[in-house]
Write a protein that binds this ligand. Sequence first.
Ligand code: NDP
Length: 255
Amino acid sequence: MSVLDKFNLTGRTALVTGATRGLGAEFAVALAEAGADVVVHGRDAEAAEETKRKIEALGRAAHVVLGDLTGPGAADAVVDEAIAAVGHLDILVNNAGACIHKEALDVTDDEWDHVIDTNLTALWRMSRAAGRHMVERGSGSIVNIGSISALIVNRPQMQPAYNASKAAVHHLTKSLAAEWAPKGVRVNAVAPGYIKTDMSPVDEPRFQRYWIEDAPQQRYATPDEVAPTVVFLASDAASFMSGTIVVMDGGYTLY
Ligand code: NDP
């Protein structure tokens, strides 16, 4: 077996949450490029179809599962529908997320709940539902999308709920990894720095000083720079990795 064969996902199935745009859409297509059949999840039906078309153009099977991930039963329904569509799940990428920029004293209970429900509780419920299935099968790989916001406090915008949610995602990643490692299921996370998407308006001049000039590489990244690491963690190339948080931030957290 050559080294590149270990990255090959032919015959594997993957579910990517929030695959309608930004990082998630890129991850879904990258997993298909590596050979996986992919379930594209999101709320925006038209955008999900667009990601599906890109995957099918690669000769891979793609299915769309729509739905908000927050609220009781929502994550279980998405996982059940995904398994029904592809037969079984080898890979789950917990990517869907939300961020609110607001100073702590101005954050309302609803805003706090919205961010925590989306970034942490939904990710936990998705992991529990997919993890149950993977543990039963004795194999699987979960890749969580964390953030450098779990490691530092971003500037100049304040986002306390987001930062707390991502710190919890990193530690939940380690907790599930420890519990499920003996059962054949790996759980890892990627912690990106600033990546150009709707969530991170990296071109806005007000962010230049702190987001770009503070980073040793002096730039932001694009989603295609993050996707290979998600493929790597999902694949057998990372067979001895579990509970790891891979930081990719152009050196941002070095200072
Ligand atoms: P975007 O805002 O571009 O996309 C967010 C995605 O999440 C969309 O597909 C959206 O679906 C989905 N989503 C949000 N809320 C829900 C919900 N309640 N139920 C279902 N789906 C939902 O963000 P990014 O691509 O930038 O972010 C992707 C992940 O990467 C997030 O977890 C984010 O925290 C993380 N991240 C991003 C960084 C960046 O700089 N961009 C840096 C570090 C981490 P829909 O389109 O249907 O609304």
